[in-house]
Design a protein around this ligand. Structure first.
Ligand code: ATP
Length: 347
């Protein structure tokens, strides 16, 4: 018997499919009266991406996702979903038959069990009751780790369980693309980890995921590419790794705060042009999750690539300033996001 492809039997992601654009927006714009909520967005989501749409409150994330799904019409611009232009109603229908989405808290019946709710959703989607459907429902309950709680009433479910049931529901019809608006909102840390792991699992099985979120720490761990928007404008779009390696820096820790001050002063009194590769330096506060925090809790951040660490260290050493730790500065997506969204001159 031939089975439809699903998260457990999806073909492995193929290298040649990587470059395939699954979602493209061109000049995508939404105005509400005179207010422009989304302004000329050009997004590209590739097959196999976990694509994070990030932005401060009110920056236009939900409005963008709603336009991707054809829930609201753009004022201008164009959305192409799975190769189908969304302004054509027939094509839109075809595209959406391969998409699963959770944009608002999905409505389930509180007086039915988790499993019964999935049967209800399948019936709504005109999926005939069959052995294949039963198998699919059990498979999805397993996938979202609700199999042992499938006989419990929905009203007894925690927020995390409700979110996982919603994901199971969106997966019933074997979507190629899943769109999730703030999927970790309101969840406790364990719930966030569950959803993150599930999203990673879906991506590994070839499903493309687009999500919006404020949980940047989580995004950094699960997203392959992100777009950062502010007041409806696209500030940046790219691979998480590429964005974070844009600002290389080295961290020097010193055994006492006095040495730290001297090291900083030394760099600032250097003749401009001595080291053209040295962009800037400043004292920063150590983050406490690090393995070791120097006395005084502060360190020197030098904006330069790691290949210059030895030269800098030798320079400090000649002046009697001995670093106790030298390492590459890891920018977090959270810091990158804050720098970008609070900068008066974003790119
Ligand atoms: N139907 C509407 N009518 C008028 N203004 C709207 C409408 N929908 C959204 N907006 C406005 O558009 C802007 C973008 O809203 P949107 O919900 O897309 O932002 P968001 O980035 O998803 O925000 P959040 O993170 O708070 O959910 C907001 O200023 C919002 O008030």
């Amino acid at each position: 018997m031939e089975t439809a492809p699903g998260p457990h039997n999806f073909p492995q992601r193929q290298a040649s499919k990587r470059a395939e654009v699954i979602v493209r927006t061109e000049g995508l714009t939404k105005r509400f009266d005179t207010f422009t909520a989304v302004d000329q967005l050009a997004l590209e989501v590739y097959h196999g991406d976990v694509y994070g749409l990030l932005g401060p409150n009110g920056s236009g994330k939900t409005t963008t996702l709603r336009m991707l799904l054809g829930l609201i019409h753009p004022t201008a611009g164009k959305v192409t979903l799975l190769g189908h232009p969304m302004d054509d109603s027939k094509q839109r229908y075809q595209a959406l038959s391969h998409v699963g989405a959770i944009i608002e808290q999905p409505v389930f019946y509180p007086f039915l069990t988790g499993r019964e709710n999935l049967y209800g959703i399948a019936a709504f989607g005109s999926q005939p009751q069959s052995e294949a459907l039963e198998e699919r429902i059990e498979e999805m309950l397993e996938l979202v780790d609700l199999a042992t709680r499938a006989r419990d009433l929905y009203s007894k479910y925690s927020l995390g369980m409700r979110q996982r049931l919603a994901l199971a529901a969106t997966l019933l019809h074997y979507p190629q693309l899943i769109i999730l608006d703030e999927p970790t909102n309101g969840l406790d840390p364990a719930g966030v980890v569950d959803i993150r792991e599930l999203i990673g699992q879906l991506a590994r099985q070839g499903i493309t995921v687009i999500l919006s979120s404020h949980q940047l720490h989580e995004i950094q761990q699960v997203c392959s590419r992100v777009a950062i928007i502010k007041r409806g404008h696209l500030l940046v779009q790219g691979k998480v790794q590429d964005l974070l390696s844009e600002q290389p820096a080295i961290i020097f820790s010193f055994p006492d705060p006095h040495m730290l001050q001297q090291a900083e002063l030394l760099l600032h009194t250097l003749h401009p042009g001595t080291w053209p590769w040295l962009n800037d330096s400043r004292i920063i506060t150590a983050e406490h999750e690090q393995s070791w925090v120097p006395p005084g809790g502060q360190m020197l951040l030098v904006e330069a690539t790691m290949e210059h660490a030895a030269e800098l260290n030798a320079f400090f050493g000649m002046k009697g300033l001995y670093a106790t730790e030298i390492r590459r500065h890891e920018t977090s997506l959270e810091q990158y996001f804050l720098d970008l969204t609070t900068s008066p001159n974003p790119p």
